[in-house]
Design a protein around this ligand. Structure first.
Ligand SMILES: *Cc1c(COP(=O)(O)O)cnc(C)c1O
Length: 427
């Protein structure tokens, strides 16, 4: 029986040393994806920048890889900003997103020298201008707008206006003009351009091409009708990955190349210029590099299902329970065996919805003590993990060329009690 190897290391050995549930990243795959994006997102006509969206998976080790690849970093909270700073990320390459950043977070961004704040509304613009003035710190800004496209997987729809909680609809040109004016009046806030992000797990280029066309048309209208000059445009992230055999995403490198060429063509068509184009991949950098390793425990047959229980669940990967996300899996120590039985893979959390995979074909020899590996769990798994049932977040390791290193420790019982307190508040 063959056992799965990741980064040249037998999974059984990793489980013996680190225990389960375990999140394993194939470091070479992360490097490949970062390189695919940065090397193929290039143009003679404008600068380009690849910005990794930290919310997909954040820790110092991944930020280090992003820094080495020369990419920028998207953060969406004080916590991610702090981690980026502690990881030695060059702060001028950090972009701070979010629809409701607090005054403390904006202050922190200014004090740490964060390069760009992606503004969501006029209240934020006013607050940032006031804080930048007070701290005498310069800051670049992009404004998040909504191009009226919503995309998911291979479908996308045009929406009139927008009910999204993010950004301002591009139809509201007067509002946008007023906001840009607030920035222009500040000596410290430098308006650079616009940002849009249309969805997630998008496997085809069409929605991005349409978003680019709409955004460049919008940029021309803002130039001609409102005298606003746009230097930078970010078209966000959302590039799809392969979770199961049904997913057939355009590889990230190809997508990056298509977007750069499409932008060049559209610049001529619309008669506008850009200094810089940005993309913000998150999932596509880390998703397929991640493997969740669980130990199989008890099993149970009902009238309609064969349950296989594993020692993790929605506490380390909430995506199946949260939005019916699909994954594929194998019994890592039975790779050669025929997959002749359909199982329902359930976690150990106290919730009926704690199902990781509804129907998985696995060998009928699967039994207690086996190792179940779930593929492509590197994005939005650990970063959405919780302490539900005080399960304790799993250990995370990076493997490469036969070597392994722990990058996040398993959360222990003591770690969980660290926040317990019995302290009188002085009122
Ligand atoms: C979530 C997000 C991303 C990354 O999305 P992926 O689907 O992980 O590529 C990029 N930009 C913004 C603004 C986001 O909110």
């Amino acid at each position: 029986m063959a056992t799965l190897e990741i980064g040249g290391i037998d999974c059984k050995r990793l489980a013996e040393i680190s225990g389960t549930p375990l999140l394993i990243y194939d470091e070479a795959k992360i490097e490949e994806q970062l390189a695919a994006a940065t090397e193929n997102f290039q143009s003679q006509r404008f600068e380009t920048e690849v910005v990794y969206a930290a919310k997909a998976f954040s820790c110092k080790a991944i930020f280090e890889k992003v820094r080495q690849a020369g990419a920028g970093l998207d953060v969406v909270s004080g916590g991610e900003l702090y981690c980026a700073h502690q990881a030695g990320m060059p702060m001028e390459k950090v972009y701070f997103h979010g629809n409701n950043k607090s005054e403390e977070e904006l202050r922190m961004a200014l004090e740490l020298g964060c390069g760009t704040v992606v503004l969501d509304n006029d209240m934020e613009c006013r607050k940032l201008a006031r804080l930048a003035e007070e701290l005498k710190k310069p800051i670049q800004v992009l404004l998040r707008v909504n191009p009226g496209i919503e995309a998911h997987t291979h479908e996308y729809i045009r929406t009139s206006g927008s009910d999204s909680k993010f950004g301002i609809s591009i139809a509201k040109k007067n509002e946008i003009k007023a906001l840009v004016n607030i920035a222009m009046l500040s000596d410290y806030v430098q308006f650079k351009g616009f940002h849009s992000h249309i969805g997630s797990q998008i496997t085809e280029a069409a929605a991005f091409e349409e978003a680019l066309a709409i955004m460049l048309g919008f940029i021309r209208e803002m130039r001609d009708g409102y005298n606003i000059s746009t230097k930078h445009l970010s078209i966000g992230g959302g590039f799809g990955i392969r979770y199961t055999a049904d997913d057939k995403p355009i590889p990230l490198g190809e997508m990056a190349e298509i977007l750069a060429r499409t932008c060049e063509r559209l610049l001529d068509e619309k008669g506008v210029r850009l200094e810089k184009l940005l993309i913000e991949p998150g999932r596509s950098i880390v998703g397929e590099a991640g493997y969740s390793l669980y130990k199989v425990g008890f099993s149970k047959d009902t009238d309609t299902k064969h349950f296989l229980f594993v020692d993790g669940g929605m506490s380390d990967n909430i995506r199946p329970a949260l939005y019916q996300a699909d994954y594929s899996c194998d019994i890592a120590n039975r790779l050669g065996e025929a997959k002749n039985k359909t199982y329902c893979i359930a976690g150990k959390n106290c919730e009926s919805g704690d199902i990781l995979i509804k129907e998985a074909k696995l060998p009928d020899t699967a039994c207690e003590g086996d190792l179940l590996v779930m593929y492509a769990t590197g994005a939005y798994g650990y970063s959405m993990a919780s302490n539900y049932n005080r399960a304790g977040r799993p250990e995370v390791i990076f493997v490469k060329d036969g070597k392994a290193r722990r990058v996040l420790k398993r959360e222990s019982y003591e770690d969980q009690l660290r926040l317990e307190a019995d302290e009188p508040l002085s009122l």
